[in-house]
Ligand binder design. Structure first.
Ligand SMILES: Cc1ncc(C[n+]2csc(CCOP(=O)(O)OP(=O)(O)O)c2C)c(N)n1
Ligand code: SF4
Ligand SMILES: [Mg+2]
Length: 293
């Protein structure tokens, strides 16, 4: 948390450059007090609405929203993009994404996205869905949309639980993982095994690009951003569905601190859900991409 004094100095630097005063204890030899001397290296993407989000502290949803919006900004496709929000913790995604968006009933995002894309084939259409939404109630819509090769992007947030409804077991809950409906840990002899959705859908002929990423460290965040950028770009080719699975977290329902969840992703989640590209487009499929943004 910033001290009151520090905040005041920052305000001074921004609003009153000529007369800005830096207290002795904040001064360093290298510290210029004119903001024009700084190069801007990071800014909130303009497509990400400047409001507080409702997510719990440390939740990956907010970070992934930002990455999607950065990708849209960088590709300059804000006006041409339509998103479909899920039912789940990200149900209010449309409050944060300054693009055209539609809500879908629980699990039906791929069906809604299909309708939108068929009516407006030149738009960039994506769904944003949790594991309960996509892999449980929505598994039929998801498989059929991909099998039809719908030219949409599916962003699949896998946090291994039903976050919004207080942490029930999801199709992706790890073996042994405690949830509110598996309080002694998921017993696979009773509940079955966690589904690897990316591996399940990759063999479908309609799947064009399938990758699994995470966001628990800076390198992973950059890779996820690249995957999202590629997935949006590939949509122009009209060759099939792009599927970007992102291993997220849920500090509140995993009963961990945000930092502990990052370690859990490394130690447990990505052991069962290995990261990387599962299906890549063939070179010849990409030959028309260069002229596109
Ligand atoms: C038809 C229907 N069934 C059940 C629910 C209750 N419900 C709301 S969100 C949710 C699960 C969300 O989990 P997930 O998709 O993994 O999203 P997360 O909150 O973890 O991001 C459920 C079962 C609902 N809203 N509608
Ligand atoms: S309950 Fe879990 S998934 Fe939902 S906002 Fe909180 S941390 Fe994120
Ligand atoms: Mg979930």
């Amino acid at each position: 948390m910033q001290s009151e004094e520090h905040t005041l100095v920052e305000e001074k630097l921004i609003t009153d450059k000529e007369n800005a005063v830096v207290p002795e204890d904040l001064k360093t030899a290298e510290m210029p007090c004119i903001t024009d001397e700084y190069e801007i290296v990071y800014q909130r993407p303009k497509t990400l609405v400047d409001v507080s989000m409702h997510y719990c502290p440390g939740c990956a949803h907010s970070l992934v929203h930002k990455l999607i919006m950065e990708a849209i900004d960088e590709l300059g496709i804000q006006e041409q993009t339509i998103g479909v929000a899920p039912v789940g913790c990200a149900v209010f995604a449309y409050d944060y994404m300054d693009i055209d968006m539609s809500e879908a009933a629980h699990g039906r995002a791929c069906a809604v996205a299909t309708g939108i894309k068929k009516l407006m084939p030149d738009k960039y259409v994506f769904t944003y869905q949790g594991d309960g939404d996509l892999a449980a109630i929505g598994v039929a819509e998801t498989l059929h949309a991909i099998n039809r090769g719908e030219n949409i992007l599916i962003v699949f947030m896998n946090n291994a639980v039903y976050g919004m409804t207080s942490g029930q077991m999801a199709p992706t809950t790890l073996a042994g993982m405690k949830t509110t409906t598996s309080p002694y840990g998921r017993d696979t002899s009773f509940y079955g095994f966690p589904i690897k959705v990316s591996e399940l859908i990759a063999p479908l002929p309609g799947a064009f690009y399938v990758t699994r990423q995470t966001v628990n460290n800076a390198t992973a965040v950059r890779k996820t951003k690249k995957a999202l950028l590629n997935a949006f770009r590939y949509q122009k080719l009209k060759k099939g569905t792009c599927f970007v699975e992102i291993i997220g977290n849920c500090p509140s329902n995993w009963k961990m601190t945000p930092v502990e969840t990052l370690k859990f992703v490394d130690d447990e989640m990505i052991k069962y859900f290995p990261l990387g590209d599962i299906k890549l487009p063939k070179g010849e499929d990409l030959k028309n991409l260069q002229e596109d943004k």
